[in-house]
Design a protein around this ligand. Structure first.
Ligand code: GDP
Length: 474
C-alpha cells in the first residue's frame, strides 16, 4: 500500500537512486521494507503461482508499449429488461453478416463480429451486466465499450442505473442507444433529461460528453449510426493488443457438447491463436483441435478481438477464465494441475478476499493517502437511500471517504454481489435482505453483506468501522 513514488523519494533522500521496474537484491529489499515496518519472507520458487510468470511477459510488453497495435473494439450491450438489447444485437448481426455469408446465421457461439468499411467490431451477444462484472471480478476485462440501451418510451429504469454503475466502475466508455424511437409514445428529450439527471450522463448535443444515438432496433433506423459511434469512440479509447506471439483470451461461453466434447468460446486479447496450439484455462488443459468462427466455419487461426470457439479442452473451462497458449502439453498440464490444487485450497479455507467493515482500517494499511470505504447500498425506499447517503456523508473526515458505488431499491441480488466483488465493496441493506442466490454468491466471492432495520444502527456501525472500533461478527 505504499506508493512506489514515495519509496523512490524516501530512498532518494537517503542518497539511493531507484528506478521503477528495477530488480533489487534480497538484502536491499529487506532493508527498504524494514524502514516501513515490514519483514520480508523468502518463498520457494515452487510456491510462486506459475500463472504469474505467464502474465508477466504480457504485462512487460504492455508496459514497454512498442509492440502494441490497435485492435477492434469488443462491445457489450446492457440495459433494462425489454428495452431492446436482444433485438438490437440481432439487427446488427443480420444487417452485417447476411452479405457474403451463404447459409446465413448459424447457432450463436456467444459473440460475433461485424465489419463496417473494413473496420471490425466484436459484439458479445449475451447481454447483461452480471456476466460483464463477473468477468471483472476475475481480473479479466473482455469489454472495451458498453452500449447502454434505453427505451425512449420507458426512460431510465432501475436496471439502466445498475448497468450504468457496472460500466462506470469498470471505467469503460459508454454509448447510449436511445431505442424504440419508432413508437408513438417515444420521448427522446425526456429520456435525455433522465440520463442527465439520474446518471449524470449529459448528451453531447446538450453540451455534455455522452454520445447518444436515437435508434429503432425494430425498423433498423439509426443502427448504422450506433456502429459508426462505436468506431469513433474506439479510436479515441485507443484499444491495443500484442499482435503476435502466444495468444491469450477470455472465455465468454463454454459447454459440453455430446459429439464434440468440451466447447469454449473465447475472445482473443493478444497474439495469434492457431490450430495445434497447447492451451490452458484455469484447471482445463488441452490442444486446439479445431477453431470455429461465429458462422460455423472452421478457421486456422484467430487474431485479437476475434471471437472463436475452441474444440480440444480436456474438460469444460469456466466461463470468464483466461486462456493462455503455452509451449507444450506438459506445461499446459502442469498449469491446470496447479489451478486444481489452488481451487481445493480455496475451498478448504474460508475465503475472505474482500474488504470487511471490521477490518476496513487495518486492511487499507498504513499509507498516508485518504482511505476509501466502498459501499453498495440497498434499501426499501428511495427516501431511505437518500437519508442514508446524507447521514453517511457526515461521517467522512480528512482520512476516510465513503464511496457509494451503487445504490438501489429492493432486495440484494447477485448482481449487487458481483459488483461488490469487482469493486471490493461491502453491501449494506436497510430493511431489505439478500435473496438466496445472492447469499450463496456472497459466500463464494467472500463479499460481506450487512443488513439493518434501524438507521441508527447502520450509521453507528459505519462510524465505528471508520474509527477501527467495530467488533468482528461472531
Ligand atoms: P431485451 O430484454 O432488452 O433483450 O429486449 P428485447 O430485445 O427482447 O425487446 C423487448 C421487446 O421490445 C420485444 O417485443 C421487441 O420486439 C421490442 N422492441 C425492441 N426494440 C424495439 C424498437 O426499436 N421498436 C419497437 N417498437 N419495439 C422494439
Amino acid at each position: 500500500n505504499i506508493p512506489i513514488s514515495k519509496i523512490i523519494k524516501d530512498q532518494f533522500m537517503k542518497g539511493i537512486i531507484l528506478r521503477p521496474g528495477q530488480i533489487l537484491s534480497m538484502e536491499d529489499t529487506r532493508n527498504i521494507a524494514s524502514q516501513y515496518g515490514w519483514e520480508i519472507e523468502l518463498i520457494q520458487e515452487d510456491e510462486i503461482n506459475p500463472f504469474e510468470r505467464l502474465v508477466e511477459s504480457y504485462q512487460n510488453a504492455y508496459r514497454e508499449g512498442t509492440r502494441l497495435v490497435q485492435r477492434p473494439p469488443v462491445v457489450t450491450v446492457m440495459g433494462h429488461v425489454d428495452h431492446g438489447k436482444t433485438t438490437l444485437l440481432d439487427r446488427i448481426r443480420k444487417a452485417k453478416v447476411a452479405e457474403g455469408e451463404i447459409g446465413g446465421i448459424t447457432q450463436s457461439i456467444g459473440a460475433y463480429q461485424v465489419e463496417i468499411r473494413g473496420k471490425k467490431i466484436t459484439f458479445i451477444d449475451t447481454p447483461g451486466h452480471e456476466a460483464f462484472t463477473e468477468m471483472r471480478a476475475r481480473g479479466a476485462q473482455a469489454t472495451d465499450i458498453v452500449v447502454l440501451v434505453v427505451a425512449a418510451d420507458d426512460g431510465v429504469m432501475p436496471q439502466t442505473i445498475e448497468a450504468y454503475n457496472h460500466a462506470k466502475t469498470a471505467n469503460v466508455p459508454i454509448i447510449v442507444a436511445i431505442n424504440k424511437i419508432d413508437k408513438p409514445n417515444a420521448n427522446i428529450d425526456l429520456t435525455k433529461q433522465q440520463l442527465a439527471s439520474k446518471l449524470g450522463l449529459v448528451p453531447e448535443d446538450w453540451g455534455g460528453d455522452t454520445v447518444t444515438v436515437p435508434v429503432s432496433a425494430k425498423t433498423g433506423k439509426g443502427v448504422e449510426d450506433v456502429l459508426e459511434m462505436i468506431l469513433l469512440v474506439s479510436e479515441v479509447a485507443d484499444i491495443k493488443c500484442i499482435p503476435q506471439g502466444h495468444a491469450r483470451g477470455i472465455i465468454i461461453d463454454s459447454k459440453l457438447d455430446k459429439a464434440m466434447g468440451p466447447l469454449a468460446t473465447l475472445v482473443v486479447k493478444d497474439g495469434v491463436l492457431k490450430v495445434g496450439d497447447y492451451v490452458v484455462a484455469g484447471s482445463s488443459a488441452g490442444r486446439v483441435k479445431a477453431l470455429i468462427n461465429e458462422n460455423g466455419k472452421r478457421i486456422k487461426e484467430a487474431h485479437p478481438s476475434d471471437p472463436v470457439q475452441i474444440i480440444g479442452f480436456d474438460e469444460v473451462p469456466d466461463v470468464h477464465s483466461i486462456v493462455y497458449v503455452v509451449d507444450d502439453l506438459d506445461t499446459s498440464r502442469a498449469l491446470s494441475q496447479y489451478s486444481k490444487g489452488q481451487l481445493q485450497k480455496e475451498k478448504s479455507v474460508t475465503n475472505r478476499r474482500h474488504v470487511r467493515l471490521e477490518e476496513f482500517l487495518s486492511m487499507t494499511g498504513e499509507s498516508n493517502e485518504k482511505k476509501d470505504l466502498k459501499l453498495i447500498l440497498k434499501a426499501d425506499s428511495f427516501g431511505a437511500v437518500e437519508a442514508l447517503k446524507q447521514a453517511m456523508s457526515k461521517l467522512e473526515n480528512t482520512d476516510v471517504r465513503i464511496e457509494v458505488v451503487h445504490s438501489g431499491i429492493g432486495s440484494i441480488n447477485s448482481s449487487d454481489v458481483m459488483l461488490a466483488s469487482a469493486s471490493d465493496a461491502v453491501i449494506m441493506g436497510f430493511k431489505v435482505k439478500p435473496d438466496a442466490q445472492a447469499r450463496h454468491q456472497a459466500d463464494v466471492e467472500g463479499v460481506q453483506i450487512k443488513v439493518y432495520d434501524i438507521i441508527f444502527n447502520l450509521i453507528d456501525d459505519l462510524k465505528k468501522a471508520l474509527e477501527g472500533l467495530l467488533e468482528p461478527e461472531e
